[in-house]
Write a protein that binds this ligand. Structure first.
Ligand SMILES: [Zn+2]
Length: 181
C-alpha cells in the first residue's frame, strides 16, 4: 500500500481473472483491500446482473410462484421420508405410481447430489453451478481448509463426469429407468 512502511506479509488476489496473482500487504491493509475488493470489476452491467441473479437462485432457473404447476400437488418423488412419517398419508399412495419423468440416470445421481443439481440438466446450468462452487471452494479463497479442499475435489470430479455425459449422452438415456427393467 503506497505510503505504508509495514512488512507485506498477507496476500490478496489481484482480480477476479487473476486469482493466482497476489498483492502483498500488512494486516490492516490487506483487510482494507479485501473489504473493497470488487469481484465484479470489469464486468458489463448485463454480466453483473446475470451473475447476481444466478447467485441469488443458486444458479437454478426461477419462475413466479403459482405458475408452471406451482399450485399442483407436491411431487412425492421429491420427498425423502426415511422415517416413514408420511407412510399413511395420501402422499404415500401417490408414491406408488411410477412418476419417472425426472429421474436422472442412476450413475449420475451422486454427481448431481454433489453439485446439488436436478435433472434434466443442460450445459449452461451445469457450468454456471460449477463456477459458483469453484469460486467458493477455491483454495485461494478458503485458505487451504482441508474440508473445502476435499469438497472441491468432489465438485471437480462430479463436474467433469456430468460435462462429459452432457456432451455425449449415452444411447437410450432419455428413457425412464423403469423401462429398462
Ligand atoms: Zn500497510
Amino acid at each position: 500500500m503506497p505510503g505504508c512502511a509495514e512488512a507485506g506479509e498477507f496476500r490478496a488476489p489481484v482480480s477476479r481473472r487473476a486469482l493466482n496473482e497476489y498483492r502483498w500487504f500488512c494486516l490492516p491493509h490487506v483487510r482494507e483491500y479485501n473489504a473493497s475488493w470488487d469481484y465484479y470489476k470489469g464486468m458489463g452491467p448485463d454480466e453483473i446482473e446475470a451473475n447476481l441473479r444466478a447467485d441469488t437462485s443458486w444458479q437454478r432457473p426461477t419462475w413466479p410462484l403459482g405458475r408452471l404447476g406451482g399450485n399442483s400437488r407436491i411431487d412425492p418423488t421429491l420427498l425423502r421420508d426415511p422415517l416413514g412419517i408420511l407412510r399413511d398419508t395420501p402422499l404415500h399412495a401417490q408414491r406408488a405410481k411410477p412418476p419417472e419423468r425426472h429421474e436422472p440416470p442412476p450413475e449420475l445421481r451422486a454427481a448431481l447430489d454433489v453439485l446439488d443439481l436436478g435433472w434434466p440438466l443442460d450445459q449452461a446450468l451445469l457450468r454456471a453451478r460449477y463456477k459458483t462452487l469453484a469460486k467458493q471452494l477455491h483454495p485461494d479463497v478458503t485458505g487451504g481448509d482441508r474440508g473445502a479442499e476435499d469438497r472441491f475435489k468432489d465438485v471437480n470430479r462430479a463436474y467433469s463426469l456430468l460435462r462429459q455425459r452432457l456432451a455425449a449422452p449415452a444411447t437410450g438415456d432419455s428413457r425412464p429407468a423403469s423401462a429398462a427393467e
